[in-house]
Design a protein around this ligand. Structure first.
Ligand SMILES: [Zn+2]
Length: 280
């Protein structure tokens, strides 16, 4: 089955992972800019990272028949440093014209600090100014509900932000409804040990339906599974859900959201009906 991984940090994965993703039907990835696992020390460090996301990584993905798209920003983990944030934000506009850049992301909150919120607002204003899609990270564990609420309220306070052009990611059972009710898209990210499992993601789809929901691997440099999306599809199939519903969540929904960028191109093949076997 073809699928799009809406959220995959491929710079921290090997080519073997691209190979496994291609074997399991991945046709495109969308890679948000993220924390490297350690804090960068200068805006130059971010500039090199943005070049990796826009120049190097698309070529690596292409060798496996996978389209690579990306998002540019200073991530929430480093957003508390306002001086750094200002320096990085000044460098973002020149990358937005690149053919594989879909918008600003993944921005948002990590510990819900005042500085993080200010940096988040700066990114949202930048996205509005340049008419970019927005991809949003929400905090973990006990900070998630409050952080998601702050995120939704901040976006709603800006009338130039259209909710259908924003995806609020890392949603869980207690935040999905808040996000969808406000008109935003949402993402469920799958992790092997922490956060949402394939089973929990299937439960969420069963409770909320498939409208404006995407499921992604969020694979990065930590414990994570680059083929988590086909694992989710298998869980849905095991529960008896239709191929049409699975295809909607893992392929058609991400394509619908990403096409709003005006850059995302993917010709979706219509599944062929099974042909009767011929016996000679
Ligand atoms: Zn991420």
């Amino acid at each position: 089955m073809e699928y799009i991984d809406m959220h995959a940090h491929m710079v921290s994965r090997t080519t073997d992972d691209y190979y496994q993703m291609a074997l399991t039907g991945c046709v495109a990835v969308s890679e948000p800019a993220f924390w490297a696992g350690w804090d960068r020390t200068s805006a130059d460090g971010f500039e090199d990272y943005f070049r990796q996301l826009t120049e190097f990584e698309p070529n690596r993905a292409r060798q496996y028949g996978i389209r690579h798209y990306t998002w540019i920003c200073l991530n929430p983990k480093e957003a508390d440093n306002r001086e750094m944030a200002r320096a990085v934000l000044a460098r973002i506009p020149k990358f937005l014209a690149h053919p594989n850049v879909l918008g600003i992301g993944e921005i948002g909150l990590n510990r819900n600090t005042r500085n993080e919120l200010e940096t988040f607002k700066d990114h949202v204003d930048l996205a509005a100014e340049h008419e970019q899609l927005i991809l949003i990270h929400t905090p973990h564990l006990e900070d998630k509900y409050k952080g998601t609420r702050l995120t939704v309220e901040t976006l709603q306070s800006r009338e130039q932000i259209a909710p259908h052009r924003v995806l609020i990611d890392h949603a869980e059972e207690h935040t999905v409804k808040m996000i969808l009710d406000a008109g935003f898209w949402t993402g469920i990210t799958l992790y092997p040990n922490t956060k949402v499992s394939a089973q929990r993601a299937a439960d969420i789809i069963e409770m909320h339906g498939a409208e404006r929901i995407c499921v992604a691997s969020a694979c990065d440099w930590g414990p994570s599974v680059p083929v988590a999306v086909p694992q989710f599809a298998l869980e849905m199939r095991r529960r008896g859900h239709s191929e049409a519903l699975i295809r909607r969540v893992v392929l058609e929904n991400p394509a619908q959201f990403l096409r709003q960028s005006g850059k995302f191109e993917l010709a979706l093949k219509q599944p062929k009906p099974l042909e009767a076997a011929t016996v000679n």
